[in-house]
Design a protein around this ligand. Structure first.
Ligand SMILES: *[C@@H]1O[C@H](CO)[C@@H](O)[C@H](O)[C@H]1NC(C)=O
Ligand SMILES: *[C@@H]1O[C@H](CO)[C@@H](O)[C@H](O)[C@H]1NC(C)=O
Ligand SMILES: *[C@@H]1O[C@H](CO)[C@@H](O)[C@H](O)[C@H]1NC(C)=O
Ligand SMILES: *[C@@H]1O[C@H](CO)[C@@H](O)[C@H](O)[C@H]1NC(C)=O
Ligand SMILES: *[C@@H]1O[C@H](CO)[C@@H](O)[C@H](O)[C@H]1NC(C)=O
Ligand SMILES: *[C@@H]1O[C@H](CO)[C@@H](O)[C@H](O)[C@H]1NC(C)=O
Ligand SMILES: *[C@@H]1O[C@H](CO)[C@@H](O)[C@H](O)[C@H]1NC(C)=O
Length: 600
């Protein structure tokens, strides 16, 4: 129930985005991209249709795939299963890049009365583009096909980019948009986020996409698509949505919810087999009390794309009622729910943090997995769990030998951590709209997962940047992280009278005085490194940290420059310390590009 509600609310916010972006309407992009895989396994959705395509055997023959693979993908009891007219099936295909676009070639044997066009739009149900069929078969004369001839039909598909994979997506399923389809209904049938769906389709105008193939990004295969089979929503709904897009008040939103609710209830009476009904039935047939029960719910719901609502009881149970045994931070607990480990944080006002986290999605930012409502004021934020705890524990913990996973970090591991944090910050500063500043970057807010991948956490103070100075405050804090990471000491300390004292002297002196620099550097660096690091690179790190912490904020580098420099250091380190696996970069050229920052 709550999920549907949230999706609806979410949908409202999304519309504003769609309208804002409708200028950039360029349709769904099936092109290959720079880091595309050559091929991948994915799915197209196909409707069982009479007269000939009403059994698994005929459909698997058409696509040239095994019956079993269709049975498995669709959770069917057997390959003899009876199909309903228009029942949607997922057909497994191999999607490959022909050099410019992704296709899945299907060879079709021409029957009497077929034309390339009719096969494209009827037999393959518009999963292919007729023009591509002609291009792929240049020697064929479309109106002189002979029965029995084999013709290749390229179905449109696309593989996932690395970035989408990191966001947890599993497949882009090709789905042909149907007349009467409604965004919310379709995306929820696929268990996909409507926002992601619009994004993958370039925010195209869905009314213009009828009978065209679109890409549905999913995190797992949908279990039951039957709700889509014949679900046609009325035009009136579309009209209301249009009004919503331009107006934009919660009043109207609530009206819409009530309206949709009535619509579903009515549909339920007419047509008992609508999947959403259970949501309403389970709450005694009304949604209004649920809707307005929690202010918090209303406040946060607009920001959650793909919200998972965790049962509050499950969290209490998983943390033994917030027992100290499970405590891993001040108000953070480790919780194992359904076999998966999470970190849960009890917060008073989650709205801001959720809003921020919802806009951000990056492998180096801790991921919000869901939320749970405790009461009207408190709630739990459920995050991915980082097995190796926080960076400050790793660096400053007094008993590092107590477990083998707490072994000391090597030079390359430290560089990787620095680069991870820098990448996360760069993403927040440069790639989010608007820029987001974290405002509380410190070692205790950097978490390390089992592979020592660093994730920035604690977005309590994060907010959209209002001026350039704020960005440079994060840069300053990053400089401090660099110093701590490589010296193994706390650089920023609270003095007795509560002031924050930063111990610069040694670092500044190292850079300014030439005499015995290498010896002094050795002393300054974390002794646990046992001298196993390239001296030049270590000095470069110090220069970088120095630049980040300059008093004049304008003189501090941007996160992009920092990432660039660290990437370069990382590459040259791997050449030195792990053999040369990266040969694309000319050291001379790059060190020249590096020098401007050293000079800062
Ligand atoms: C489609 O994506 C490719 C690769 O990302 C890009 O080069 C191309 O410009 C895009 N085409 C359109 C029409 O957006
Ligand atoms: C399967 O295809 C054959 C001919 O291609 C047709 O005669 C038969 O009726 C089809 N079966 C079903 C159940 O659609
Ligand atoms: C599909 O078939 C066409 C024509 O036979 C061929 O030119 C093309 O390379 C094939 N594409 C893929 C991705 O296999
Ligand atoms: C890939 O297929 C598209 C569409 O048929 C065609 O325009 C393009 O030239 C093909 N590219 C290559 C490298 O074959
Ligand atoms: C494919 O698209 C055409 C219009 O482009 C439409 O007339 C036809 O009904 C569609 N086919 C199917 C199976 O939906
Ligand atoms: C979407 O397309 C429909 C039909 O072509 C059109 O009436 C509508 O104005 C378009 N909407 C937007 C936001 O461009
Ligand atoms: C799918 O959902 C429909 C109702 O929406 C139900 O009748 C059907 O049994 C479900 N199928 C599976 C395989 O769960």
């Amino acid at each position: 129930m709550a999920v549907i509600l949230l999706s609806l609310l979410n949908f409202f916010f999304l519309l504003q985005r769609v309208f804002a972006q409708s200028a950039a309407n360029s349709g769904t992009n099936f092109s290959c991209f720079s880091d595309s895989p050559v091929s991948c396994e994915t799915y197209v959705s196909y409707r069982a249709r009479s007269p000939d395509l009403m059994n698994i055997g005929n459909i698997s023959d058409l696509f040239g795939v095994s019956r079993l693979s269709i049975v498995n993908a669709n959770n069917l009891p057997s390959d003899e299963a009876k199909l309903r007219q228009n029942q949607i099936l997922l057909i497994p295909i191999t999607c490959s890049c022909n050099g410019s676009s992704f296709f899945s070639n299907v060879t079709y044997r021409i029957k009497a009365g077929d034309s390339l066009y009719s096969v494209s739009i009827n037999t393959f149900q518009n999963l292919t583009d007729y023009h591509d069929v002609q291009e792929m078969n240049p020697l064929l004369i479309p109106n002189r096909l002979k029965v029995g001839m084999q013709v290749v039909f390229p179905l449109l598909c696309r593989c996932l980019s690395k970035e989408l994979e990191e966001q947890g997506l599993k497949y882009l399923i090709t789905y042909v948009w149907q007349p009467g389809n409604v965004l919310l209904a379709v995306s929820s049938a696929f268990n996909a986020s409507p926002v992601d769906f619009l994004k993958e389709n370039n925010y195209r105008n869905l009314s213009d996409a009828v009978c065209l193939p679109l890409l549905m990004p999913v995190t797992k295969l949908p279990i039951n698509l039957s709700s889509l089979g014949d679900l046609h929503m009325t035009r009136r709904l579309n009209l209301i949505i249009a009004i919503l897009g331009s107006a934009g008040a919660f009043v109207i939103l609530s009206a819409l919810l009530v309206y949709i609710h009535r619509l579903y209830v009515k549909r339920r009476l007419l047509e008992p087999n609508v999947s959403y009904t259970e949501f309403f039935e389970s709450k005694g047939g009304t949604i209004e009390p649920q809707l307005f029960k929690s202010n918090l719910l209303l406040k946060v719901s607009g920001c959650l794309d793909n919200p998972i609502i965790f049962d509050e009881k499950a969290i209490k149970e998983a943390t033994m009622n917030l027992s100290d045994k499970h405590r891993i931070g001040r108000s953070v607990y480790k919780a194992t729910i359904d076999g998966e480990v999470f970190a849960v944080k009890k917060v008073k006002d989650a709205t801001e943090e959720i809003k921020i986290l919802q806009r951000l999605n990056h492998a180096n930012l801790v991921k919000l997995m869901g939320i749970s409502f405790w009461n009207d004021e408190d709630c739990f934020l459920v995050y991915e769990y980082a097995e190796n705890g926080s960076l400050d524990n790793m660096l400053f913990s007094s008993t590092p030998s107590s477990s083998s996973s707490m072994a000391f970090l090597t030079w390359t591991q430290r560089l990787d951590i620095a680069l991870d944090v820098a990448n996360g910050l760069q993403y927040m500063h440069e790639h989010s709209q608007p820029s987001i500043v974290h405002m509380d970057i410190r070692a205790s807010n950097i978490l390390l997962n089992s592979n020592l991948k660093a994730k920035i956490s604690n977005f309590y103070s994060a907010r959209p940047a209002t001026c350039a100075k704020q960005l440079k405050e994060d840069v300053f804090a990053f400089g401090v992280i660099l110093l701590e990471l490589f010296s193994g000491r706390k650089v920023m300390q609270q003095s007795k009278n509560g002031e924050t004292v930063i111990e610069w002297d040694q670092m500044r002196e190292l850079l300014e005085v030439d005499e015995k620099r290498v010896e002094r550097l050795e002393k300054w660096m974390d002794q646990n490194l046992q001298g196993l690091y390239p001296t030049d690179s270590a000095l470069s790190i110090l220069h970088l940290a120095n630049a980040c912490t300059l008093d004049i904020y304008l003189a501090r580098p941007t996160m992009t420059e920092i990432v660039f420099n660290l990437s370069f250091l990382r590459q040259s380190s791997s050449e030195m310390y792990e053999g040369s696996w990266m040969s694309g970069i000319e050291p001379v050229e790059s060190s020249e590009t590096f020098s401007p920052i050293i000079a800062r």
